[in-house]
Every structure is written in structure tokens, then in C-alpha cells.
Design a protein around this ligand. Sequence first.
Ligand code: UDP
Ligand code: MG
Length: 313
Amino acid sequence: MKNTLYIVVPCYNEEACLDETTKRLLDKLKQLISSQVIAKDSRIVYIDDGSKDQTWSKIENLKSPVIGIKLSRNRGHQNALLAGLMYAKDHADIVISMDADLQDDINAIDKMLEKYKDGYEIVYGVRSERKTDSAFKRNTALAFYKIMNVLGAEVVYNSADYRLMSKRALEELSQYKEVNLFLRGLVPLIGLKSAEVEYPRAERFAGESKYPVKKMVKFAWDGITSFSIKPIRFVLWLGIIIFIISLIVTIYALITKLTGNAVSGWTFTTCSIWILGGLQMASLGLVGEYIGKIYAESKARPRYVIEKIVEHK
Ligand code: UDP
Ligand code: MG
């Protein structure tokens, strides 16, 4: 079995982490090569996501087995990661993606590779604890995973972008052409045999998080709106419910009028507001349903992934 491993690491203003990350990754690579778990032509791929500090000049000066890819400008973590994955898929058999800040435990790579040997195509790194994250980050992240799953996107709980993917899985991933990238939601869509590996999440080695609250909210919003049309359906149902309530209100208004307790004009105004409100919202939801369909079509996702074909002759 061929087993060339590429470790893909997106970097944005990571000059403070880069030396240590490189040192540890090289050690790991050496250890895995000498124990013949991976092939000699395995590599580390750094993607510079338009950093404004010395990140690129550091990457540029590194030697084999490090490969550097420089994006023309900052395109965000997900795009940088995809650039690296798509590059690696043409050269490697196994690709592991991780962050540059050493928050992901490098030793989990061994366990991921074991799973790969057992025939798994995708191995998710799952955080066993998040003690090192602030309470705010931990709770918002938790709420996010819950909401995503309620809304219908299958995100693997507590897993970020630390994962192993086989060449095959990456080739399937490359069929997803959408521009609003949310890899955590896309990878589970591929299907194929997958496993999880737990690891404790460490503190950032140096520098500060490149995901301030504003970016985090945008990321979460992208995730939800790229994977679910449930918010649109909610509007439709709200409209239908309001319309049903409006019928009750109409009956109530008519009774009030007939018993002579209504001021002139009140019945008409009240009924109009409720009925129109309900109809408008329901229509909006209906239009939204079509927009949702158009949205799904425009993403042109593959309709299926074939795992195996058995032909009996
Ligand atoms: N990153 C990137 N482009 C960006 C923001 C972040 O390539 O616009 C990289 C960053 O260098 C790191 C990874 O994405 O390797 C995760 O970022 P970070 O560790 O800051 O996120 P956190 O762990 O705080 O959620
Ligand atoms: Mg981090």
C-alpha cells in the first residue's frame, strides 16, 4: 500500500508559531518515516493565507520536506485549507490538515494513521476537553454545534479542521464546487468509512487567535446558511400559523361586532391586519422555498458518492 503523507497547515500571521510548529512536525515526520508507517516522500505543506508579517519569508526559507504555497491575499482559513488540500491530493495518498498554532495534539497523527490502516477514509480529530479555551469560546462553540445539528447539517461534535482524509475522500470533496466553504459540514456529506480520534486541545503556542468574535459569528452564520434552508421553512410555517390565528381572530371580531361591542370600523381593521399579515408571511416563506431550491441547485453538489461496486460474472 502506498502511503505518502502530506500534512497541510494554513497560516495567517503565524510567524511566532512557525519555527516551533515546523520543528515538531519534522520530528513527527522523521519518526513516522523511520518506523515505516509513511513513505519517504511525505511532506509538510504550509499555505500562507496572505499574512502581513514574516510568515511567508519564513516559509520560503524552509527546505524539503516543507512545501510552501502563497495565496495572493487573505482568503480566510477555509479557503486556505482547501487550497492546501487540493494541492496535496494530487501528490499524496493520505492528507492530514491541522492548525499552525499547535493547539491540535501532534501525537494524534499516529492514531489517525492507525485508523487509516484499518480502512477508514476519513478520520476526525475530536477534542476530548476544551479546558484551555475560554468559557465564552467553549460555550458558544457548544451552542453552535447543537444549533447546526438541529438545523440539519451533520457536523461532527467538537471536531474542527484537524482530520485525516484519504486521496479518495479528497477526490470526492473536489466535486463540491460551492464558494461559501464550510468544510466541517461538507466532509461528513461525502460519507465513506469514517472514524474519530480523541485528543486534548492545548493552548495556542504563541500569538493570538485569528478568529475574533466577529469572524466566529460570520463563520457560524456561513455554516448555517450554507447547509440549511430550515430558517426559510420557519418563515413559511410562521405565516401559516399566523393565518390560522387570523381566522380565529376574525370569528372573535365578528362575534364582538354582532353582540354590539365593537366601535365602527374596528372589525374590518383588525381582520385586515391579521389576515394580510398571515398571508404575506406565508407567501414570503413560499417564495423562500423556491429560492432555497435555486440555492441548492446553484451549489451543484454531487448527488451521490459511490462507495463500492460489486460485479459478479
Ligand atoms: N487562519 C488562516 N486564515 C485566516 C485565519 C486563520 O489561514 O484568515 C489559520 C491560522 O493561521 C491557524 C488556523 O487558521 O492555523 C486556525 O486559526 P486560529 O488558531 O487563530 O483559530 P482558533 O483556534 O482560535 O479558533
Ligand atoms: Mg487555534
